[in-house]
Each structure stands twice: as C-alpha cells, then as structure tokens.
Write a protein that binds this ligand. Structure first.
Ligand SMILES: *Cc1c(COP(=O)(O)O)cnc(C)c1O
Length: 711
C-alpha cells in the first residue's frame, strides 16, 4: 500500500542532489535484507558504519556537508549507489502480486515488531514473526499495512552484574536517529490525535517505518500533550502493571484502528497477531454500525467473516486477562455505543474455564474472528484442546482452528555468502520459487569443502564479534574481569559449539544442559574433543524465575572447572542472533513440551546449516526428518530424563560425528547433515510458504466474501 500520508525524517541531513535517493533508501529497511544495500552504506565508511550500529540515518548524520559532497566524487561509491538505486526502484515499482488473484488490503496489528536492531521494539519470537510477515508481504507485493507501538524506551537493555543478576537498564530510543519517519498533519506538524473512548483523554502521535513496499505505523504516547502517566503508556513492552497494560492495549487496538482511519488507509481484512490488539475488533464493529449502518448482529457477522486471529501461546495462563471492574471503568460508555449491554460486551472475553477471572483477550480474538490459527500443527492441536470450552460456544458452522506453521524470511536470516552461493546454484529467481522443494535438490551439489569453509567463516566471525564486544566493555566500562571471562573471551572457533539463545523464561529450560554439571564437565573438557556452549537471552524484567535461571548460567560460565568454555553473551537481540544462528554448530532447543508454540530461531539456524537439536515440540515434529538434526527427550517432559537423553546424544552421536574427520580433515558425516538441513528446512520453513498459506486459507477467501458485500 503506498504511503498516503506526508511523512518525513527531520533528522536526515540535506543530501547533495546527486545523492537524492540515498535518504529514501536509508529510510527503508529494504536495505537490511539486500546484500547490495548493506554494502552501499558500508562503502561510505566501514568504521563509522560499524560505530552507527548499522543505522544509516545515524551514519549520514555524522557526515559533514563536505564529506557528503566528497562522496559524489568517489567513483566506486557512485557506481554502487546507482546500482542499488536501480535495484531499489525496480523493487518498489514492481507491481507483480504473487497470487493470480489479488487479495483485498490487509491491516496487520501486533504489539511488537522485530525488524532490525536499530529499531528495538521487540522482545522475542512474536515480534520477529510479525517483522518477517511484513517483509514477506512486501516481497510478494501483498497489499498490507502494519500497526504497532513505538516504545521510546525499547525493551530492556541487558547489563549483567558480576554475580550474574540481570540489571534492567533501559535505553531511550533516539527518535531522531532511528530509521523512522514522523507522520505529519496538513500543517506539516507531527500528527497527534486523540485515542477515542479513553477518559480522561489520551493522545498519540504516529511514526512510520518503511519495510520495503509495506508501511508500518507506530503509535507513540510519549508526547507533551499527555500527562506523565499517559506518556508512559507506550514506554515499555508488556508492562506488568495491569491497569497500564489495559490502557496500552486500548491505545494499540482502538487507537491503531483510529490511526488508519485518519490516514485514510482502507483495508478489508483485519489480522490480529496475538490477543494484545484485539480491541480493534470492537472498533470494527462500531464503525460498521455507525458508517455502514449495519445492525449490531450484522456488524458482528461481518467482523467475524473478515478478521483473522493468530494465537501464539499454548497456555491459558499466558494470555492477558483484565478484571471486570477495570474493564467497566474504561468501557462503561463504549458498550452503549455498540448497542450492547454490559453482559453481552463482557461475554466476548469470558472464558468458561475461568468465568470470574475477567475479560480474556485471546477469547475475544477467538470469538470475533472466523479465521483463526495456531502457529504449528502441534500447537493447533493443543489450542483446540485448551480452548475447547470456548470453541464449544462457536456459532454452528464456524471454521475450526487451523495450524499455519511459522516461517522465517530467508533473505533476512541467511548469511550473505551462502545466499550468493545459492544465487549461483539455484538461479537468480530462486527466492521467487523458494517454497518448491524440488528447487533445493541442487543443494546436493554444494561441495563439502565449500560448506565447511563457509561455516567456518561464520563461526570465526561470531567468535570475533563476541570477543570484540567484551573487549569494548572491558576497556570502555571497566567491567569486572570475571564478567569479561564469562562473556566469551575464551571462545575458540575450532571447538564444537552449541548455541542456546532465546528469551530466558522457565518453560524454555535454558539451564537444562546444566542439570548434571559433573557429566557436563566431562563432555566439555574432553581434551581431544572439547565442546563449548554459548548462551544468550534476556529475562523479562518482572520474571524473577527467568532471572534466577540466567544467574545460574552466568555463574556456571564463571566456574573455572569449565575452563572458559561456557559463555553468556549479553544483550541478545537481532544483531547478535544473526551471528549466532550462522556461527554455532548445534542449535539447542529444549522447551517443556508442549509449551513452545512454534519456535523460529531453530529455523534461522537450520537454513544456514547450523544443526537443530531439539525436543519434539513446536515446529520440530514437522521439520525433523531423521537426517537434518537431532530430536531428544520424552513426550512428557522430565528435566532429569531429558538432560540425560541430551548428554547421551552428545556423547554418543554429536561429539563423535563432529570430530570424525575424513582424509581431507573434514567431518564428512557432519557436513552431510548440514546439507540436508539447508535442503529440507529452507523450502518448508521460509516465510514464503507461510504467507502462501495465510493467503490461500484466509486472505483470498475473505476477499471473495468481502467483494460480494461491497458489490
Ligand atoms: C528468532 C528470534 C527469537 C525467537 O526465538 P525462539 O526460537 O522462538 O525462542 C527470539 N529473539 C531473537 C533475537 C530472534 O531473532
């Protein structure tokens, strides 16, 4: 959908006429998944590029007018600039839509988006899924617009104390250097609007993030028109203060809905990613009643028929529930506008399993959307089970919950060198055909030598990145040497490396591998066949258990008996993830079954040949084929038994396979598995396959129905 609003980034320096479009390229995250785009900014000044944290706006801001002018005289740079400009124009103007039939426009709402580390408005997998969906929608030319939140204080910046306790430092996003634009009103000022139905009034401003051809609008309450308490509404992701959280979700759902109205952005399909933005469904009913003059029941029917709800949790307790008093406080007048009484209004969030607990946002999504999905096949079964009493109240003929397994955006997560090699091997059009498994049969032609060399390059890069970060902290902040040690200075690229990086939360069991330290010590310290383990991940600031697990990991990393072979990498985020998923040898995932709805970091690893070793949860029952990684642990999770199974697997299979070298000094058996991982996982767990399913199962059928109403 083209940006219909005037918007601007006031921070962008004025550029020489020869470089006019450089600003536009800098303000579009398209460059983040295009090697030529990345290379262009690196060429300006590799050192400053690194210093800017790979943020082109910040980079351009540090250059003086003379330096910018001088760029126009640099032939090599100008050649690249023209080349990238041509690619960018071609991409932006390409009108091809993936499907033969065009779906009607889709508005995609989510509380977080993981797109790039220069815009830290995510906490984990949910956000990266949402980010990858926007990127893929852009690549496919789908008419989609995103709605989310600008969190001025980002998520937590993680700083570890020497005793391993996570300190929550918050890092204020500098909105003037982030690659985002202000949405302006007709006078040219930053657009500010009142969020409807909140009393006393709350105001929000809007930012725009360009994700290729897709626009993402971010709501921001941190503006002077608001009282301090209201300014804080959008300051933190998933605030534990339930009143504030309710206000946040009102701003996201109802304010987000209003924002699209103000911008004049029309769409026919509303897609809610998880329950947080589900109040938008009520707004949709209200606008159908007030603008289309439908009766309440007709409006509900239409909203159901044209809205999509994706659930991401396998646990009722993990959904947002607001007590009825709090709900009445904010919605007391609102239900009257909808022509409902209190009882009917509350019934949409009433969970029959916990009728007194309050208003449940997931129940709201399930009750007001006919297009409902879980994020893996296993999760779909679990979802049908845990919500069976809600689903029993479905209108007759309501479609069941389907499973649409997540996928990852290949151009974002594949290493550039591997991608270049795939360009040669599979042909320039391979990204367009990526979900066809036949295309990938040619991966068998990748030679052992090149796979191993490429992987080793990524591994060295990862180790250098980790060491360099610690070096900086050591010299700039004077951190405790024991902290520096625990954070990875002793890592060795020649050692079998296991990675475990994701949110530090109890159900993911980050410390499972530490269950029996004596046994682990023997595995790690085998002199002929050593093993190292890299951990990374943040605990939610309010999650004490998560912080304790993290502390245990950090203390183990400091324990001399592991000889510096266990490391914890601080402040996990998109940037670090890219190094780790490519550079580790094994990607460990051991959630308590069935708590991992899908899990996507393992897909990012597997497409790069980093072998997934996981309990059979989330996507892995679909992804594992016996040759492309490992599965371990029981169907009923038991820490002691699962840890023992993992140690067995390491001792008997993983370590020997890695260290058994052929006559060329390469682990041929291991490399065969890497090849199989790339070949089997890439077509099935890329975001193209996923988006095709959303399109065919939801967007196109809804479009057909909506067209018949509109005619
Ligand atoms: C992909 C990703 C995640 C999701 O990880 P899971 O495997 O779902 O736990 C979390 N954080 C970052 C930075 C990611 O890139």
């Amino acid at each position: 959908m083209p940006g219909q609003d005037p918007s601007t980034n006031l921070a962008l320096p004025s550029l020489p006429p020869e470089l006019e479009e450089l600003g536009e390229i800098a303000l579009n995250l398209w460059w983040t998944w295009n090697p030529a785009g990345k290379n262009l900014f690196r060429l300006i000044n590799p050192y400053l590029w690194k210093e800017s944290g790979h943020n082109p706006i910040q980079l351009l801001k540090t250059l003086s007018a003379q330096e910018l002018e001088a760029l126009t005289k640099e032939e090599r740079f100008m050649r690249e600039y023209r080349y990238v400009r041509a690619l960018f124009r071609e991409y932006m103007n390409d009108k091809t839509i993936y499907s033969e039939e065009e779906p009607l426009p889709i508005a995609y709402f989510c509380a977080e988006f993981g797109l790039h580390h220069s815009v830290p408005i995510y906490s984990g997998g949910l956000g990266f899924l949402a980010g990858d969906i926007l990127k893929e929608a852009s690549d496919m030319g789908l008419p989609m617009v995103g709605v989310g939140f600008m969190y001025p204080e980002g998520y937590v910046r993680q700083v570890m104390s020497p005793d391993g306790w996570q300190q929550g430092a918050s890092e204020t996003i500098d909105k003037d250097t982030a690659p985002i634009e202000r949405v302006l009103d007709e006078k040219g000022d930053h657009l500010v609007f009142q969020v409807p139905f909140i009393d006393p009034p709350v105001y929000a401003s809007l930012w725009k993030l360009n994700v290729g051809r897709v626009s993402l609008y971010l709501l921001d309450t941190d503006i002077e028109q608001n009282d301090p308490w209201d300014r804080q509404i959008s300051s933190h992701l998933y605030t534990p203060d339930m009143n504030q959280r309710l206000r946040q979700e009102i701003v996201l759902g109802i304010g987000g809905y209003r924002a699209l109205e103000i911008l004049g952005i029309k769409y026919s399909i509303l897609h809610l990613n998880e329950g947080h933005p589900a109040f938008a469904l009520f707004e949709r009913i209200r606008s159908m009643i007030e603008e289309k003059k439908l009766s309440l029941d007709e409006a509900i029917e239409r909203v159901r028929a044209s809205s999509v709800f994706t659930t991401h949790t396998p646990l009722q307790a993990a959904t947002d529930v607001y007590n009825f008093d709090m709900m009445s406080h904010y919605f007391g007048d609102y239900w009257k506008r909808l022509g409902m009484d209190k009882e009917r209004f509350m019934s949409f969030g009433l969970n029959p399993d916990a009728p007194n607990a309050g208003f449940n946002m997931t129940v709201l999504g399930l009750k007001l959307c006919n297009q409902r999905n879980a994020v893996s096949q296993k999760h779909a079964e679990v979802t049908r089970q845990i919500w069976k009493n809600v689903l029993a109240q479905d209108e007759p003929g309501s479609p069941p919950i389907v499973g649409i397994t997540n996928g990852v955006h290949l151009p974002t997560w594949l290493g550039d060198e591997l991608r270049d090699r795939l360009d040669e091997l599979l042909g320039e059009r391979w990204l367009q055909l990526q979900e066809d498994p036949d295309l990938w049969s040619r991966v068998d032609e990748l030679e052992d030598e090149e796979i191993w060399q490429l992987h080793y390059t990524y591994k060295v890069r990862m180790v250098n990145f980790i060491r360099e970060r610690v070096r900086r902290k050591w010299s700039d902040e004077g951190i405790d040497p024991i902290v520096a040690m625990a954070e990875g200075v002793m890592l060795d690229p020649d050692v079998l490396t296991i990675g475990f990086a994701r949110r530090m939360t109890a159900y993911k069991r980050p410390d499972l591998i530490l269950h029996d330290l004596d046994r682990l010590e023997k595995i790690v310290n085998n002199y002929a066949r050593p093993v190292q383990i890299i951990f990374a991940g943040k605990a939610h600031p309010a999650d004490q258990t998560g912080k304790q697990i993290l502390q245990r990991i950090f203390k183990t990393a400091q324990d001399r008996r592991f000889r510096g072979r266990i490391a914890f990498v601080e402040d996990y985020g998109e940037g670090t993830a890219k190094y780790l998923v490519r550079g580790c040898d094994v990607w460990l995932n051991n959630p308590q079954i069935p708590m991992e709805a899908c899990g996507t970091s393992g897909m990012k690893a597997a497409i790069n040949g980093t072998l997934h070793c996981s309990t059979l949860d989330g996507w892995w029952p679909e992804g594992y084929n016996g040759k492309n990684g490992w599965a371990f642990g029981g169907e009923i999770s038991d820490d002691a038994k699962d840890a023992a199974a993992l140690y067995d697997l390491l001792e008997k299979e993983i370590v020997p396979l890695y260290y058994t070298l052929d006559e060329h000094k390469r682990p041929a058996g291991w490399i065969a598995k890497m090849r199989e991982s790339i070949r089997s996982v890439s077509p099935r767990f890329g975001s193209r396959r996923m988006m095709k399913e959303y399109l065919e199962k939801f967007y196109l059928p809804v479009s057909q129905r909506s067209r018949s109403w509109e005619n």
